[in-house]
Design a binder for this molecule. Structure first.
Ligand code: SAH
Ligand code: SF4
Length: 384
């Protein structure tokens, strides 16, 4: 069975052609699926009968089974979707006065293995398909529309952030058609500035996204120096800060906004000192290495295996003030849905680790190994 959620509109047109149908029929079909939330071909009343007959039995609109759904006291909704093989991924809807944001997962687990992230601690199982990424939006949008009693044309979800489980830029091939469907006027019609890809810094893929589908970009920085970032975000050993910031500057040429969002998870006694705030300010405002950016401080959301604690509020505020005084727009992310473990970095779903990333992670104190300047990170690692 072909899952029609796996296609962007271009892909669906090619599929319709293969069935001997005109390409424009794909647009009608695409609108039924994504704008109306239809899964049953018989309900697609204005779709040529010939096409409906051909689709029946060979193709379907297959969403993901909902394993559970929880609603937080603040209105946040968290779904756990079963993706088979003992894996489940989480999706979170965050309602605000002027928008509804959906936080979507891109992988079952994550291979990057950041120290402070519960998904990272679970290890990696597999990439989600385009259909599985879109199924999260498709289900959430149409369920919420019915629940909220919205009229046709009214949207429940106005913003998408790829900030759920997984590293989206390590699942690039499935990500791009999903993004295109979100942006498509015949799909979800979201503007490029309302769709955000968040990455731990896969430099070559940042460049490809700039070419293929430049949506808003958030980069998870978390440290002002390579030595500390190596310890927190292991991918930094491959793509150190100077390369990452250079990729961010290149991205700005095509980005829908004139800044990159830097995320910075505030970890007590690890990356939250005044000195580190000054170092961070210097890094991002430097004439050569700097990037036009906004900083989003995320108070760490603890989970039992991390062995880390959240920076006290006063510390977060003091850190923010130093950055603001340096002229950097800095906000502190409000924690939403933490009563249902739906906050950033708490998404754990269920992952059958096939990589032992999770196993290798420890609760040991974070060890910062200074780099000798010029030495490649890999060699440093071995020397350490
Ligand atoms: N893999 C991507 C997107 C998913 S994580 C990335 O790393 O950017 C989304 C955001 O949540 C990232 O900025 C991540 O660093 C942050 N995060 C992860 N664990 C967290 C935790 N325990 N508390 C607060 N934020 C966390
Ligand atoms: Fe993966 Fe992002 Fe979690 Fe790091 S923070 S382990 S990249 S999901």
């Amino acid at each position: 069975m072909v899952n029609l959620l796996d296609f962007d509109r271009e892909g669906l047109a090619a599929y319709c052609e293969q069935l001997g149908e005109k390409r424009f029929r794909a647009t009608q079909l695409f609108r039924w699926i994504h704008q109306k939330g239809a899964a049953d071909f018989d309900a697609m009343s204005d779709l040529a009968k010939s096409l409906r007959d051909k689709l029946r039995g060979v193709a379907g609109v297959t969403g993901l089974p909902v394993a559970s759904e929880h609603t937080s006291g603040d209105g946040t909704v968290k779904w756990l979707f079963d993706v088979g093989g003992g894996n489940a991924v989480e999706t979170v809807f965050i309602p605000e006065d002027d928008r509804g944001t959906l936080c979507i997962s891109s992988q079952a687990g994550c291979a990057v293995g950041c120290r402070f992230c519960s998904t990272g601690h679970q290890g990696f199982s597999r990439n989600l398909t385009t259909g599985e990424i879109l199924a999260q939006l498709w289900h959430a949008e149409h369920t919420l529309r019915r629940r909220l009693g919205l009229r046709e044309g009214e949207r429940a979800i106005t913003n998408v952030v790829m900030m759920g489980m997984g590293e989206p830029l390590q699942n690039y091939a499935a990500l791009v058609p999903a993004l295109r469907t979100m942006l498509d006027d015949h799909g979800y019609g979201l503007s490029r500035r309302r769709v955000t890809v968040s990455t731990s810094g896969v430099v070559p893929m940042i460049d490809r996204l700039r070419e293929d589908c430049p949506v808003a970009l958030a980069v998870s920085l978390h440290a002002p120096s390579d030595a500390l970032r190596d310890a927190l975000v292991p991918l930094n050993r491959k793509y150190p800060l100077a390369e990452l910031l250079a990729a961010c500057r290149r991205y700005l040429d095509a980005a829908p906004r004139d800044f990159i969002t830097f995320e910075y998870c505030m970890l007590d006694g690890v990356n939250d000192s005044d000195a580190q705030a000054h170092e961070l300010a210097a890094l991002v405002t430097d004439r050569h290495t700097g990037v036009s950016c906004k900083l989003n401080l995320i108070p760490f959301n603890p989970f039992p295996e991390s062995g880390l604690t959240r920076s006290p509020n006063e510390r977060v505020q003091a850190f923010a003030h130093i950055l603001q005084a340096a002229g950097i727009v800095t906000t502190v992310r409000k924690t939403r849905g933490d009563d249902i473990a739906a906050a950033c970095g708490q998404l754990a779903g269920e992952v059958q680790d096939r990589t032992r990333v999770g196993e290798r992670m420890t609760r040991a104190p974070i060890r910062v190994v200074p780099r000798r300047s010029g030495a490649p990170a890999g060699r440093q690692e071995r020397n350490a």
